[in-house]
Design a protein around this ligand. Structure first.
Ligand code: HEC
Ligand code: HEC
Ligand code: HEC
Ligand code: HEC
Ligand code: HEC
Length: 330
């Protein structure tokens, strides 16, 4: 080895040392940022932002149904959860307070993530990036959803279900409604679309429909196989109806006849029982009508809003969405 290459090594070593020194200097904590809009997050969290933009959370303030029922939010009680202040502000599990700014963004990034000191609740700590994420287990718990989603008992229903039992079958709100983007790599995060009743595929996965005969009498069973709470849950406007109709030997179908409705009625519908189907439970119904002795079609429908145009002659095929159907031989 000659003097020149030795010098070269020395220089290289010095260079490496200098580099190490630069990278080992403790990273500076980022100065607090005043967050005013979810659009600011989009710059660095593009994928989450795209998913959220397509979610009902992002529509909560512009939602036509909510506007209609709240008289364009002149009922100010309705603003609390549809354009909320950060949930960490009022405390996890408590009903949030109404926000006076950026209402059009509905339930936005800031509402779910921002803590009182301006940091963003997440699953890791990093004071050096502008949003200053802070690991908060509370964010991922059902109670975090519950400040807005327990007014009709969805979190309580979940707590009473087998999904809330610790063990291999445990599944919470986040596991079902925010699936991992890549199940083999949890660091890629969770999908923020949060499907619900507007997603027919999800609704289909909630229930199984079975039909059979018992001594000639049709027996219809519906089992809640996939919802971690009642079916349907939360919003009282949701309804799911079982209808049946006879099929004549020439294939002509009779009129739809209603067998059962799953629903939590509005408060003013006094005397109507809550007929939602709890997680894991099965309901079994017999069709005693003599017209049900021949061939039958049985169908389960789902409705976002409860009423049919003509209650005497409901037309579920036009006014509701088909969840499952089954045919039964004579
Ligand atoms: C405690 C929180 C909270 C308050 C207060 C609140 N909502 Fe909601 N609202 C929700 C949640 C959570 C959902 C979603 C539930 C679901 O999808 O089943 C929702 C959904 C709705 C929907 C259904 C939207 C759709 O697209 O189908 C309507 C309509 C609605 N709310 C109207 C109102 C009205 C009117 C008021 C005031 C009287 C109000 N909300 C007050 C939390 C709240
Ligand atoms: C200038 C870029 C930038 C902006 C703007 C930004 N973030 Fe971040 N954020 C990051 C980076 C980078 C990370 C990842 C840090 C790490 O991996 O250590 C992060 C992490 C997070 C985390 C934790 C992630 C986890 O896996 O737990 C949350 C939550 C978060 N950001 C929310 C937000 C929200 C909400 C906004 C808007 C109010 C926002 N961020 C704005 C860059 C940004
Ligand atoms: C309705 C509440 C809610 C809203 C709205 C929401 N998030 Fe989240 N977010 C969560 C929850 C809960 C988690 C944690 C999930 C887990 O890992 O258990 C999370 C996780 C994250 C993470 C961690 C990495 C990942 O992708 O899962 C980032 C980053 C993040 N959110 C950013 C955002 C941004 C940016 C927005 C707005 C565009 C937003 N969030 C809107 C509830 C919300
Ligand atoms: C700050 C209040 C708030 C929090 C926290 C919140 N939500 Fe929501 N959520 C709403 C409102 C309001 C709506 C109804 C928006 C609309 O359509 O008008 C909604 C709608 C939904 C829907 C229904 C989508 C559909 O198809 O109609 C699902 C599913 C949902 N949220 C899941 C969750 C989960 C899971 C969490 C917890 C990780 C959560 N939400 C946290 C307020 C909230
Ligand atoms: C085992 C999976 C699973 C778990 C756990 C679960 N859900 Fe669901 N959720 C579903 C399915 C399937 C549906 C569609 C059927 C229905 O509306 O009940 C649904 C529907 C919903 C809806 C939409 C109702 C509507 O009117 O559009 C909301 C809101 C909701 N869940 C909130 C929650 C919350 C909050 C938690 C945690 C306490 C939770 N879910 C736990 C599977 C699950």
């Amino acid at each position: 080895m000659n003097a020149r290459s030795l010098a070269g090594i020395a220089v290289a070593a010095l260079g490496a040392w200098a580099l190490v020194a630069v990278f080992h200097e403790p990273a500076k904590a980022h100065a607090p940022v005043a967050w005013e809009s979810s659009n600011q997050c989009a710059e660095c969290h593009r994928q989450v932002h795209d998913e959220w933009s397509n979610s009902w959370h992002a529509q909560a303030w512009v939602d036509e149904e909510a506007r209609k029922l709240s008289d364009n939010f002149s009922n100010t009680d309705c603003i609390d959860c549809h354009a909320p202040q950060p949930i960490f502000e009022t405390g996890i599990g408590n009903r949030p307070l109404a926000r006076s700014t950026r209402r059009a963004q509905g339930v936005d990034c800031i509402a779910c993530h921002q803590m009182s000191d301006g940091r963003m609740a997440g699953t890791l700590d990093n004071p050096t990036v502008s949003c200053r994420p802070s690991a908060q287990r509370e964010l991922t718990r059902p109670e975090a959803c519950g400040g807005c989603h327990n007014q009709h008992g969805t979190v309580d229903q979940w707590k009473a279900s087998r999904y809330a039992q610790p063990g291999p079958g445990f599944q919470d709100c986040v596991s079902c409604h925010m699936p991992l983007r890549d199940p083999s790599d949890p660091s890629k995060g969770r999908v923020h679309v949060m499907h619900g009743g507007h997603d027919l595929e999800l609704v289909r996965s909630a229930v199984a429909l079975r039909v059979a005969r018992d001594g000639g009498v049709p027996v219809v069973e519906v089992e809640n196989v996939g919802a971690g709470h009642n079916y349907p849950t939360d919003e009282r406007s949701r309804a799911s109806d079982i209808f049946w109709r006879d099929i004549a030997s020439d294939g002509t179908r009779g009129e739809w006849r209603k067998l059962h409705r799953f629903r939590n009625p509005y408060r003013f519908e006094v005397g109507e029982p809550n007929t939602e189907l709890p997680a894991g439970q099965t309901i079994s119904l017999r069709i005693e009508d003599p017209a049900a002795r021949g061939e039958l079609e049985v169908a389960l429908f789902y409705k976002l809003s409860p009423y049919y145009a003509d209650p005497e002659r409901p037309d579920p095929e036009r006014e509701a969405s088909l969840v499952h159907s089954a045919r039964l031989a004579p």
